[in-house]
Design a protein around this ligand. Structure first.
Ligand code: ZN
Length: 218
């Protein structure tokens, strides 16, 4: 979906370039184009699931830190301190904005809706990128870039749909055991009334040479 979106955006750009008589872009996708496609997908998911919050945040003036108060308390993302960045992406304010060496994405992670297909595919990508690792490992990696409500529940859903995880974590069904023989169920008898031995080796064998005689019919 990521690369397909990048090609669609390039196609739209090429239409404009053609109108203006410019050279069309035909090379392999650049990192800028992929980045733009990623942002377009985030915005599409946010626009579908948080239209009211975005509408309120667009209208509201003032520093980003105070804008979240305008969002309804009943909203799923109220506690995430949402704000719109300069490119119109819904981000969480978080609490580490002053960290000097943390990347911007970690300081202001992108808010994604829990129920959207794009979010599912992103979480699924992280799950496979980190080799089907433990849920908390994937959770930690995702949280460095994204803020997703009820993320652990979504991770469980991704794992439950992953064929590789289902095969690896499956436990074999124990075979049905045969009923015990009557002698092992005797009551009110002396110990060792019945004894048994497992047959074990080494076992001496005698090799007998057999002379083969082939009879031929006359
Ligand atoms: Zn898996």
């Amino acid at each position: 979906m990521h690369r397909a979106a990048a090609y669609v955006l390039r196609f739209l750009d090429n239409i404009c370039r053609k109108k203006e008589g410019q050279v069309l872009e035909r090379s392999i996708l650049t990192s800028d184009e992929l980045r733009r496609a990623e942002e377009a997908l985030w915005k599409a998911a946010q626009g579908e699931m948080f239209p009211d919050e975005i509408a309120v945040l667009i209208k509201t003036q003032g520093p980003p830190e105070q804008r979240h108060q305008i969002v309804e308390r009943s909203s799923d993302i109220y506690t995430k301190w949402p704000f719109l960045d300069e490119r119109g992406i819904l981000r969480s304010r978080g609490r580490i904005g002053a960290a000097p060496y943390a990347p911007t994405e970690a300081k202001f992670p992108v808010i994604l809706p829990n129920q959207h297909l794009i979010t599912f595919l992103i979480v699924d990508w992280f799950h496979r990128r980190y080799r089907h690792a433990h849920r908390e490992t994937i959770f930690n990696e995702i949280r460095q870039r994204f803020e997703i409500p009820k993320l652990r529940r979504l991770l469980d859903k991704v794992v439950s749909k992953c064929t590789w995880c289902r095969i690896v974590k499956a436990s074999p069904t124990p075979p049905a055991m045969a009923p015990l023989p009557e002698m092992r169920l005797k009551a009110f008898v002396q110990p060792f009334t019945f004894t048994g031995l497992d047959y074990f080796g080494p076992v001496l064998v005698k090799v007998v040479k057999v002379k083969m005689v082939i009879h031929r019919n006359a």
